[in-house]
Design a protein around this ligand. Structure first.
Ligand SMILES: [Zn+2]
Length: 459
């Protein structure tokens, strides 16, 4: 099962109706919460079974929830049931902090299953209640699956925009004979902050995916958010100014910007995962051993580090990779990554964690890329596996994630970044203003020997 998010192109009227459906779904959710709160206060058992919830819904009668039809309303009930039982299971397993669904939401996603909607090229008909006009909307790109594969569509709103999540059942990739992945060929994957993925594969080959653009995007977004907050806090609302539209506008803008940032980072993370899976498939790697850092992340490491780790979204990153590996027919194993970046891959001794990107062993003199060292050590941790004899990568492929992002190159300068001053025309970019140790400035130096323009995208 794979899901693709596709934007909607809607007229003002269609937009109003779509949001009407989401609001009605939110009402269904609120009703279920209210019914169960009412029952709990009277010492009755909550209604959680799907059938019982559906009976309550039909007792409400048609037309209670605007244009939302039974199928859409039932998808909300199903969501409630799933959330409730997931919590019950977690509590049974001893997790005391797990909470049952209790928050009402203004907008709730609505899911329609196969057979209840019509998908015709880039046009989509969402079912509506009896007596309502049919609701056709346009998709902003073709659905990336074949018509027969689509199983459900989910209407969602994020940051004031409308999307549908199209879920399809996609068969696992078929390979020509002799080209299919071999489970005996193992690659170790080290997810990281600087490089989303560093892969140490068989035959001394390695792959490093750079995440510079993602970090630039996160940095700019944070700076922008801080700046906006500071500007707004200069004009706090006066008492008695309740009807002001300014704050509503500010919050809407904030949501919009947050959503855009999330979309950009996600897109780049998907690209990174796809790069890894394509690379592995081309080398017939059948097993990806992935280091899972989530156990170490809960440790207290200070505000600044915490911020970076939050922006990393490693859970999503690993999920992307798992998804794509599954479709490519590659096995994926998660292992504890503790200590893998501070162990020497040749003599297996613990050495102090390197500060920079270069790993050097003080015992045997081995030296190599730090993240690939992690990858090579992770490859060895395959549970129950024989010790793989991957040699340390000597042929390293470099790829970048997030080529669409503004941090990727100078041609994609971000409007959020303030223009740099002090660059005279004719001076090659980036201009170096810092004087060298001998006292002469680099700018002067560059007059004598013109520096060649920087090479773009040659890695
Ligand atoms: Zn060593």
């Amino acid at each position: 099962m794979r899901t693709a998010r596709v934007g909607l192109r809607v007229s003002a009227g269609q937009r109003r109706r779509c949001f009407g459906l989401l609001v009605s779904a939110g009402d269904v959710w609120a009703c279920v919460l209210d019914v169960n709160r009412w029952r709990r206060q009277r010492g009755l058992r909550p209604i959680v079974g799907y059938q019982a919830l559906c009976r309550e819904l039909s007792a409400a009668g048609p037309g209670t929830f605007g244009e939302l039809n039974t199928v859409g309303a039932r998808s909300v009930l199903r969501r409630y049931r799933d959330a409730w039982f997931a919590t019950a299971k977690r509590r049974k397993d001893g997790e005391e902090t797990a909470r049952y669904p209790r928050r009402k939401r203004g907008l709730m996603p609505v899911r329609y299953y196969h057979g209840t909607f019509t998908l015709d090229g880039r046009r989509l008909r969402l079912p509506t209640g009896r007596g309502c006009a049919s609701l056709w909307v346009r998709l902003d790109r073709p659905v990336p699956y074949e018509a027969g594969q689509v199983r459900s569509v989910t209407l969602v709103a994020e940051g004031g925009r409308l999307f549908v999540d199209v879920t399809a059942e996609v068969p696992i990739t078929a390979y020509p004979p002799e080209r299919e992945p071999d489970p005996g060929r193992v690659a170790g994957v080290d997810p990281g902050l600087i490089h989303p993925f560093a892969v140490a594969g068989p035959d001394g080959e390695g792959l490093v995916v750079s995440g510079r653009a993602i970090r630039a995007e996160a940095h700019l977004h944070l700076k922008d958010t801080k700046h906006r907050r500071r500007t707004v806090s200069r004009r706090p609302p006066k008492p008695g100014q309740a009807g002001s539209r300014r704050w509503r506008k500010y919050r809407a803008r904030q949501r919009e910007v947050e959503a855009r940032h999330r979309r950009r980072v996600r897109q780049a993370q998907h690209e990174a995962a796809k790069t890894v899976v394509d690379w592995a498939a081309a080398r017939r790697v059948g097993t990806l051993v992935v280091g899972d850092p989530r156990g170490v992340l809960a440790l207290k490491a200070g505000r600044r580090h915490h911020q970076r780790v939050q922006a990393w979204r490693v859970g999503y990153l690993i999920r992307c990779l798992t998804d794509k590996a599954e479709q490519a027919g590659i096995d994926l194993v998660l292992v504890d990554e503790r200590g893998t970046s501070s162990t020497c891959p040749t003599c297996r001794q613990r050495v102090p964690k390197p500060k920079n990107r270069n790993f050097t062993c003080i015992r045997c003199g081995f030296s190599g890329h730090r993240d690939l060292v992690g990858g090579a050590n992770i490859a060895r941790r395959r549970p129950g596996g024989t010790i793989t004899t991957n040699m340390f990568p000597v042929v390293i492929t470099h790829r970048r994630a997030g080529r669409h992002l503004s941090g990727a190159g100078r041609s994609r300068r971000d409007p959020r970044r303030s223009p740099h001053h002090g660059t005279a025309p004719g001076v090659p970019w980036p201009a170096v203003a810092r004087p060298t140790r001998s006292g002469e400035s680099l700018a002067h130096h560059s007059e004598d020997q013109p520096t060649p323009p920087p090479q773009r995208g040659k890695r």
